[in-house]
Ligand binder design. Structure first.
Ligand code: SAT
Ligand code: MN
Length: 591
């Protein structure tokens, strides 16, 4: 195979060439540019984006290699109401997805796409999800008229020739089309065609809607492929915990969007817990498959992080502060007069004056936020000082623990361990969380979000839970399953648990449980730490009474909680695994 040069195709793959040709004929761009993923190309594309005003170069003394982007103010988060699973039947998509018949959706979106790239460039972005040579890796193509997307895909995936080489002459690649159109919410559709392994996204330029390798391929289409092929596509971070003896234990954790996955995956433990370290494998998505030794192996299909900026500081995530000090694209944060960026929750005091995310003058007296609550950084994982070398291991890492967690001000204790796999699936299936700014609408309301996959499961959620139950049979040594809640509050509304790096104390208990060396006692919810089994030394103000409070199980709260489980179960009833109803009965009996 020849390497691509200066925007020309570097592949002889007929299926790829004819599909790109078909889309170019439809969209009618002035120019088709094939990305090869080289450093020189990135430099040239950045220069082009700066020249056209898509990116602004930030102060190279303060933030070398960093660029600033502002989105259309109507386009700042995922839009679940515009996200569709176009399966063959509505029943396959299930009650938690929007559905339209594939034919109807293709007609509508090809209608919008027709001629929409006149006067523009079509970027052909080949990308690889997963380490090169991994049996779990998948190839996708994103055809986009957004240079911001082409550049972001370059940071978020293994982009360019590496993907062409991996694909060779095979035809099993994901076909992704992205047309910006006029960024109008009425013409905004994020549509998935599982039977065709295809995605069409129009009318948006926001990451979660348009970086098609991420939520669209790695989760929605990925979950459909995983079910067919016997693996799991999950909305989970992956981290490695190194103990003082050098032992490494790998953990995957599912929290909903904007609930701290990136912070947890890049955690810096408190000095008290000497010798304990955390290494990042991934911060958002895990593809997991049983290995020949009977353990569950995980890869991070991505190669970069698209993280929430506000609240990032030297206490919440010191490694991220370092990571985004260079070679990062910032979207929708505030811009200071000296061409640096600012956001709520940044270290230091706010600037006396700056431009907010919409470009309006902002001062500390302004009522509006300077940075959008869902403003984001895009940074390649290679810039993470805590990156585990195993993030590039084609075989992935063996997972010892799976953690579920939500954002809950009440009801849920800091930590408990499920009694077994079936119980753990119930715990994940009934997860609830207060909604965040990562999706449009409803912020603050508690909703059921099974395995943090509600917006990302590409097929009937009842079948997905059945797949989880079935996977147990394929995993001889299944991971232990836990639930955590960093967000419980006291009566005054203050957080009961300090969170961030101190979460290492909980993680240490979890790891020690996996190695059968930590104490626990039985509760109605599962195994819980005894008052002295968490290492709380050096944690000021954290009294035994506070531990009781953060672990408390209140009967009235749990009656309400189980009623809310019911709502989800009724919605899924035609395909809900009976095992989960059985687990619910057991929980009721224990309570
Ligand atoms: O906006 S994204 O979907 O990429 C991030 C998230 O919501 O999890
Ligand atoms: Mn996410």
């Amino acid at each position: 195979m020849t390497k691509s040069t200066s925007g020309k195709s570097g592949t002889a793959n007929k299926a790829v060439l004819s599909w790109v040709d078909q889309i170019a004929k439809l969209c009618k761009p002035d120019r088709v540019y094939w990305c090869n993923g080289s450093k020189a190309e990135r430099k040239a594309l950045i220069a082009e984006a700066v020249a056209s005003g898509v990116l602004l170069k930030l102060n190279p003394k303060k933030r070398p290699g960093c660029y600033y982007h502002r989105s259309n103010p109507n386009d700042v988060a995922r839009v679940e109401q515009s996200t569709f699973m176009c399966s063959e039947s509505q029943e396959e998509a299930g009650p938690t997805n929007n559905w339209m018949a594939p034919k109807e959706m293709y007609e509508r979106l090809y209608g919008y796409a027709a001629g929409s790239m006149r006067g523009r460039t079509l970027y052909v972005v080949p990308y690889l999800m997963g380490p090169p040579g991994s049996p779990m890796a998948k190839v996708g193509f994103e055809l986009t008229d957004s240079i911001y997307v082409a550049l972001s895909m370059g940071a978020m995936t293994r982009m360019g020739d590496v993907a062409l080489e991996e694909l060779g002459n095979r035809e099993d690649f994901n076909r992704g089309l992205h047309c910006m159109l006029d960024i109008h919410p009425e013409r905004r559709y994020i549509s998935h065609f599982p039977k065709d392994n295809a995605v069409i996204s129009v009318g948006s330029n926001y990451g979660g809607n348009v970086l098609l390798g991420k939520k669209c391929l790695a989760l929605r289409i990925g979950s459909c492929l995983g079910r067919q092929e016997g693996w799991m596509a999950e909305h989970m971070l992956i981290l490695g915990v190194e103990s003082p003896t050098g032992e490494k234990t790998y953990v995957a954790a599912a929290f909903p969007s904007a609930c701290g996955k990136t912070n947890f995956a890049m955690m810096m433990p408190p000095a008290r817990l000497k010798g304990w370290r955390v290494w990042t494998i991934g911060d958002d998505i895990a593809w997991m498959k049983p290995g020949p030794d009977g353990r569950l192996y995980a890869i991070n299909p991505e190669a970069g992080y698209f993280g929430v900026v506000p609240g990032t500081n030297s206490q919440s995530n010191p490694a991220a502060v370092e990571m985004i000090s260079h070679d990062t694209i910032f979207t929708n944060v505030a811009l200071t007069p000296d061409l640096d960026v600012w956001w709520e929750g940044k270290d230091g005091s706010p600037p006396r004056e700056c431009l907010d995310w919409k470009g309006n003058k902002w001062t500390p007296d302004s009522r509006e936020k300077a940075a959008h609550p869902n403003s984001r950084f895009t940074a390649p994982m290679a810039n993470n000082p805590l990156l585990a070398p195993e993030a590039n291991d084609p075989q992935g890492v063996p997972i010892s623990a799976i953690i579920f967690g939500g954002r809950r001000s009440d009801t849920m204790p800091l930590v408990f361990q499920a009694f077994n796999w079936g119980h753990g699936v119930y715990v994940g299936a009934t997860m609830g969380s207060e909604m965040t700014a990562a999706a449009v609408g409803g912020a603050g309301q508690v909703r059921r979000d099974p395995m943090a996959m509600l917006p990302f499961c590409g097929y009937h959620m009842g079948d997905y839970l059945r797949h989880w139950i079935n996977m147990h049979k394929a995993i001889k040594h299944p991971p232990r399953i836990f639930h955590v809640n960093w967000f419980r509050k006291d009566q005054q509304g203050a957080f009961l648990w300090p969170g961030f790096g101190e979460n290492m104390r909980v993680l240490k208990w979890i790891v020690d449980r996996c190695h059968a060396r930590a104490d626990a006692e039985e509760s109605a919810l599962g195994w819980v730490p005894k008052p002295d089994s968490l290492d709380l030394a050096g944690l000021s103000n954290f009294t035994p009474a506070r531990f009781e409070q953060v672990q408390a199980i209140h009967a009235e709260e749990w009656r309400r909680e189980i009623m809310m489980h019911e709502e989800l179960f009724i919605k899924l009833h035609t395909r809900l695994p009976k095992e989960l109803i059985f687990q619910r009965e057991l929980l009721l009996a224990r309570l």
